[in-house]
Design a protein around this ligand. Sequence first.
Ligand code: FES
Length: 105
Amino acid sequence: MPKITFIDLDGQQHVTDVAIGLSVMEGAIANGVPGILAICGGSCACSTCHAYVDDAWAGVVGAPNEIEDATLELANDRKPLSRLTCQIVVTPELDGLVIHVAKND
Ligand code: FES
């Protein structure tokens, strides 16, 4: 299973194993990563799964599509590498991915 490291708002690292085909958000919830709320359950409607893709992974993860981009407008402190983690599907290529949790409330 791909390893995904989440860095929470306190700087704590959470190294997780997330099955291929799940979303990064589902991986965070299953592993109790603090700060990923996912209130809408992954339907790209709430923005509370907001996080920042680590610089080194920007080219692999890619940019949000039009719908995600619109929902990201609801997020706190949007930055160039902002993504909604419910919209990132885990693939073998994402093994080692680093995600920085955003302030979701
Ligand atoms: S869980 Fe609501 S937008 Fe991702």
